[in-house]
Design a protein around this ligand. Structure first.
Ligand SMILES: NC(=O)c1ccc[n+]([C@@H]2O[C@H](COP(=O)([O-])OP(=O)(O)OC[C@H]3O[C@@H](n4cnc5c(N)ncnc54)[C@H](O)[C@@H]3O)[C@@H](O)[C@H]2O)c1
Ligand SMILES: [Fe+2]
Length: 382
């Protein structure tokens, strides 16, 4: 099979295929954007793929405005600066270009530029999103350059509170980008560790969505096929970063993970969010480290379900086979075994555990995550 090309309208308009970044100006037109601000992060700002994107919309008469003051695990300071740049340039929409950090921040700039309340008022709690002035939300076009978070098809953005160091999920249905360009060629230049970390994030989204106890068979099906795509293709892109067909399948798996986790996430993300917020570790890599202890913890509730997943993925041995597969995949990809290897010490476990049980993902874990169990899990992970 050669690398796939397709147009999808689910869960938003997606132009999928190698080389389709050349459709960026058309994507802006389809989203109703005439004066875009490209939002990306500091690392991507000077890369050729970013210059090429600017050249494309410049050539179409859309200017070449860029805001790149975005950190990994972006903060409210990045958001405020982005909104200021958006207003100063009198832009009418955002091109969110990059990994989850830049995509989330770009989406939130488009969301917040027209709001009067502080961003924390729109945290993903109950119906808080109805507080927003929906008519004042600007459109966005999302262009992922990693294959992991799936933020390009998400109705939320993650932002770290620079004062409390807590990661908050900001939600509104209209944060969903109007148009997405999924061009796997953009992911070829990712450093190997980011290829692995982001790929494992996609896997964690599918796995946690699949295991969460809520009733959502649609998500269940998407999550299962997403796991299969990661199993078949993450080792391929690890071995050969230029394998465009495998890069394309990883890009699908990333979008599928984010689509599936409308069903819920779980303890992997509940533990990983505070670790990322306090130690600034890479999100997907952190997930990859904590998956095995969480699988052991959840075993009583997910044993049968994971046996069914193992059968679909062609793994023998039910739950144990699946568990061994995860350990083998991590080892093959060079994922560190412990959070200690990512610079996490054991001196803040109480604080991390308290944050983990408050994390919105905790509620989707199949076994109730208590303060004591979170501490024990963190001890095992570190
Ligand atoms: N919105 C969501 O639903 C959702 C889901 C999961 C994670 N997240 C958030 O996403 C963030 C993580 O995103 P990520 O894992 O994509 O990493 P990232 O966006 O932080 O990028 C990691 C690094 O890779 C670099 N990079 C990205 N693409 C590249 C490319 N093609 N070539 C070379 N370098 C490249 C970036 O400059 C950066 O230094 C976290 O803040 C996390 O909380 C959001
Ligand atoms: Fe994630």
């Amino acid at each position: 099979m050669t690398a796939p090309t397709a147009n999808w309208s689910y869960p938003t308009a997606i132009r999928f295929g190698a080389g389709r970044i050349k459709e960026l100006a058309e994507a802006c037109a389809a989203a109703g954007i005439a004066r875009p601000l490209l939002v990306t992060d500091k690392g991507l700002a000077n890369l050729p793929i970013t210059k090429n994107a600017l050249d494309i919309f410049d050539a179409a008469g859309l200017g070449r405005a860029i805001f790149s003051d975005v950190d990994p695990n972006p903060t409210d300071n990045n958001l405020d600066a982005g909104v200021a740049a958006f207003k100063a340039g009198r832009h009418d929409g955002v091109i969110a270009f990059g990994g989850g950090s830049a995509l989330d921040l770009g989406k939130l700039v488009a969301f917040m530029a027209g709001q009067t309340r502080p961003v924390w008022d729109f945290e993903d709690i109950g119906d808080w999103w109805t507080r927003a002035d929906a008519d004042a939300i600007f459109p966005s076009v999302a262009v992922p350059t990693t294959a992991g978070t799936g933020s390009e098809v998400g109705r939320a953005g993650v932002v770290t509170n620079s004062r409390t160091h807590v990661k908050k999920i900001i939600f509104h249905p209209k944060i969903m980008p109007s148009v997405v360009i999924c061009d796997p060629e953009l992911t070829v230049g990712m450093p190997k560790a980011i290829t692995v970390g982001t790929g494992m994030d996609a896997f964690a989204h599918c796995l946690e969505a699949y295991c969460s106890p809520f009733y959502h068979p649609m998500s269940q099906g998407i999550a299962l096929e997403g796991m299969r795509l990661v199993k078949e293709n993450l080792p391929r892109v690890f071995a050969d970063g230029g394998d465009i067909e495998a890069r394309a399948h990883m890009m699908s798996a990333a979008a599928m993970g984010a689509t599936a986790f409308q069903k819920g996430l779980g303890a992997v993300h509940a533990l990983s969010h505070p670790v990322g917020a306090l130690y600034n570790t890479h999100h997907g890599t952190t997930n990859a480290v904590v998956i095995p202890p969480v699988l052991r913890f959840n075993r009583p509730a997910i044993e049968d379900r994971l046996a069914a997943a193992a059968a679909y993925l062609g793994i023998a041995g039910g739950f144990d086979g699946f568990y061994d597969f995860v350990l083998g995949l991590r080892a093959k990809l060079g994922v560190p075994d412990k959070l200690r290897d990512l610079g996490v010490g054991d001196d803040r476990i109480d604080e991390l555990a308290a944050m983990a049980i408050e994390d919105p993902s905790a509620g989707g874990n199949p076994v109730k995550l208590t303060l004591d169990s979170a501490k024990t899990l963190l001890e095992e992970c570190i």
